[in-house]
Design a protein around this ligand. Structure first.
Ligand code: BGC
Length: 236
């Protein structure tokens, strides 16, 4: 239900490889509930994850609309894949499924795209990278998104993709120092290729980055995903 004479309340949900997180906001920087996190069920098959999303949603009522950041390609609310969840996510109409329960409008976008909406200023080329279970990427030009940029699966070095070199499994395997060197090389390569004005780096593992970053790199907290979930309703 729409609240009188104030902004609508948005429930922002971030579906990750290890946890599903959600919180309600009246403005991007004005939460109205406590953040709730539920462990991502394993195996992360559609029905199990959808049940988790619904459980979280019920804990966060009331709200007027719902934003979901999903860790895979999403086209018009329908998921195409989810490399770090499970192989059965092709063709799931997540928007429709959640709308039926939420009884409110729902938007589903790629998780890195949602993070990006929370981070960008809307000027020039801005890029978002998320370092978590996988590696997400989003690209914006003057605030306009190029959706579903699956850069994580592009070859990076030594025949491995960015995600294979920088995802959680790689960090666990090679340790923080080597992983940090890889991250620096990745940021530099992305600068050469995309000529970003700013590269925002977020996700659960951003806190594992050490040393001083160049001025063009801005480390953002994970909560930026929630702000993005509110802002995406005004997206161009
Ligand atoms: C997926 C992306 C997602 C990223 C972070 C990758 O494996 O392909 O769509 O944004 O993980 O969750």
């Amino acid at each position: 239900m729409m609240q009188s004479n104030t902004n609508p309340i948005t429930l922002a949900l971030d579906v990750g490889g290890s946890g599903v997180k959600g919180r309600c906001f009246r403005q991007p920087d004005e939460p109205v509930t406590e953040r709730v996190r539920i462990k991502t069920p394993r195996p992360a098959k559609p029905e199990a994850v959808i049940a988790t999303i619904i459980k979280l949603l019920e804990k966060q009522r009331p709200f007027d609309r719902v934003s979901i950041g999903f860790p895979g390609v999403v086209i018009e609310g329908v998921t195409q894949n989810a490399p770090n969840l499970d192989g059965q996510w092709k063709g799931i109409d997540l928007r429709h499924r959640i709308e039926q329960v939420a009884k409110a409008p729902v938007r589903v976008v790629n998780d890195a795209d949602m993070h990006g909406y929370g981070a960008i200023e809307g000027r020039g080329v801005e890029m978002m990278i998320t370092l978590g279970t996988g590696m997400g990427a989003a690209l914006f030009s003057d605030g306009r998104l190029l959706p579903n940029l699956e850069l994580g699966h592009h070859p990076f070095e030594k025949g491995f993709t960015y995600e294979e070199r920088l995802g959680q499994a790689a960090l666990d395997k090679v340790g923080k120092e080597t992983w940090n060197h890889r991250a620096q090389r990745a940021f530099a390569l992305l600068q050469r290729v995309f000529n970003y004005r700013v590269l925002y780096v977020g996700g659960g593992n951003v806190r594992k980055l050490t040393g001083k970053q160049p001025d063009t790199i801005v480390l953002v907290p994970n909560a930026i995903a929630f702000s993005g979930g509110v802002k995406l309703w005004d997206a161009r």
